[in-house]
Design a protein around this ligand. Sequence first.
Ligand SMILES: *Cc1c(COP(=O)(O)O)cnc(C)c1O
Length: 364
Amino acid sequence: MPRPILATIHTAALAHNLARMRAAAPDARVWAIVKANAYGHGIERTFDGLRSADGFALLDLSEAQRLRALDWRGPILLLEGCFELRDLELCSRLGLWHVVHCNEQIDMLATHKTQLPHRVFLKMNSGMNRLGFTPERYRAAWTRLNALPQVEEISLITHFSDADGAKGVQAQVAAFEAVTHDLPGERSLSNSAAALRHGDVMAPKSDWIRPGIAVYGSSPDFPERSAAEWGLLPTMTLASKIIGVQELQAGDTVGYGSSFTADGPLRIGVVACGYADGYPRHCTTGTPVLVNGVRTRMVGRVSMDMITVDLSPVPDARIGSDVTLWGRAANGEVLSIDEIALAAGTVGYELMCALAPRVPVVVG
Ligand SMILES: *Cc1c(COP(=O)(O)O)cnc(C)c1O
């Protein structure tokens, strides 16, 4: 028998979350963001659940090729644009739309030989200070692009730094509007947090929203609001089984570093899941876990291949009992990946992207 760890990707939940994001911006079209191999879920494994998207956005040209290999004929957007001239040839061949965020990318386009002019998304750096032209330089870039025979259509794009927090999006929206109000072309502004939290501000201004994390059932602003409160369902379940049981007495310790000490008799389950599976080592005693769908807690340190859990709330647990590290248990109980991420001092994004290659994955 293989080691009992298994990840399951939930097609129906992906479709549900995508519909939820569509409802958040009913007049906009929706890019499903599938960068980083669909946030660790697998592009091929998520395709059925996401095929009602209006387009797919990603970074890697190889991922764009995989989408075309799945026979996706609709829009694909390269969020970082092209890295070298050769990439533009692939854009022409596969009909990829691409972001243009710097003058070097305009230079490349100007030397590109193509029969089919490209659709590009001109990126403004409206305050994030990652990619894009500053508001002062944006219109000059637009004018340069507009003069190129290689360019068929220019859309306008920017990205928010604080859509999930107190600072919000207002200042960036204002910077974007001030420079673009009289430019033609479609607009794309909102990530998950902006679409969910600032839909009222953004709705008339975003022709294309760009949700990623919410599509994968994680809340963009946890713990302020949970995925369940946003109406999102988990799209990845990481499950395993109990492979050992220990009966501790007061004073006994568990695992490396003896970081947990029992203060009385305690039954401990040993679970086949560790940091080499992608379970974060930063989790400590108290991190929630489901055994037979019943909520309990991890105790001691995460090791490479195992964690240890308190079985007191689940007296019938034994070797072979089901364990849910995150996602949905057989009885319907949900443990959000966001809770595990919080316990590890990180975000759901990182955990789903870090699912380890050794974990078998099924779609269900
Ligand atoms: C990753 C990304 C998104 C999606 O962000 P989420 O927070 O996952 O919704 C949107 N736009 C750009 C440019 C991105 O890089």
